[in-house]
Design a protein around this ligand. Sequence first.
Ligand SMILES: [Mn+2]
Length: 141
Amino acid sequence: MPTPSMEDYIEQIYMLIEDKGYARVSDIAEALAVHPSSVTKMVQKLDKDKYLIYEKYRGLVLTAKGKKIGKRLVYRHELLEQFLRVIGVDEENIYEDVEGIEHHLSWNAIDRIGDLVQYFEENKERTESLQLIQKQNEENQ
Ligand SMILES: [Mn+2]
């Protein structure tokens, strides 16, 4: 299993490759707000663990294993954003909150959160009913 930090890198590399077709060390460093030398170190570790293949002058490609995990990590991030949005968390908090929790939930919990998001999306009255409770709670504070 990748560590939280490895997960952040795999997730970011997967997104960069989806968006641009490639992921350069400088792009990864910028996206994660870290020094390029940290990226190089991590990329070497990810290569060693077979998540990607890194060739210094030719860039990097994800292996099948890296792609599979990258896809799940991006899905998890997006699902958690949807979840926080659906329960009414302020938009300005959503990204940071997801970054804070995404590595610390089991896949079991992720799947159940997926059910809950589906539960709300299948019937807008459920969201309205939740919003009513939130309004009442705010008024009572
Ligand atoms: Mn993330």
